[in-house]
Ligand binder design. Sequence first.
Ligand code: EAX
Length: 332
Amino acid sequence: MTKRFTRHALATAISAMATASIALHAQAATDISLGHTLSSTSHYSVGAEAFKETLERLSDGAFTVTEHASGSLGGEREMIEGLQIGTVDVVITSSGPLGNFVPETYVLDLPFLFENYDQARCVLDSELGDELLEKMSDHGLVGMAWSENGFRHLTNSQREIASPADAEGLRVRTMENAVHQEAFRQMGARPTPMAFPELFTALQQGTVDGQENPITVIVATNFWEVQDYLSLTGHVYSPAIVLGSPILLDGLSEEERDWFMQAAAASVDATREEVSRLEREGVALLEANGMTVKTDIDPAPFQAAVEPAYEIFTSQYGSEMLERIREKAGSC
Ligand code: EAX
């Protein structure tokens, strides 16, 4: 009797534990993986933190976010592929490799398209930015929001560069982006496309002489350790984008999806604020770390040098979106 009772009690206890574990499991938070290529001190990381804080707060802990910084999930091209197959949930990436997936975005990579931050942000926040975000869904991606990397400048280990003639023959790492490669070819440099996680070592070993990135990235990556010269060419605005995996997002309720969109918007605000801060403070920091910074660059010869890139672009992709962006930028 006692024995039978004990067995019964045990069975009840086990069954209660199993029920509790199922209930616990049902309530367990869904962990979202968020990847980017920059360090955990970068503007992308500031954006990732804001995404995490917002999503966890709005969902009351139903979703948690784990940030994978420094390219630990691979380069930007690989992470975009990861979104398509669902091995990563959210990615903050530059537009660098995006045109390989969504050719409509190449237009944003044209040199000297935007004059300043206000103009770029205004265009990306307009219906044109939304239209481009929507294109992502034709290519197995969810465009959540346009974020920001910043205006790109040229660094190198060889010499001070004040004009395109000075860049002649320089081996410059570019992103894996056809428009950027063409622009550097027109400038007389030797473009070498490469994924970002390989860049520091390539500069260190002299595989390439230079690279181009915004102040934000130059600061976050300690490029002064491998690059002596910085020229503030501002040759192209580099948008970033918060992308989601349709495998995750398509399975969410409307309310949940809205939390993700709000998290993406908070991420953009925080990132832009950090970009603006680094635009004010970054150059002094780079100089303090030993970089020679050429600030008074005349953009006209650079603009003239890359002009053929526009003709090559429009002959391939047409000029409609480019004209609409220019018109919008003019009214911003
Ligand atoms: O997105 O590849 C690059 O140079 C990018 O600017 C960087 O990874 C940040």
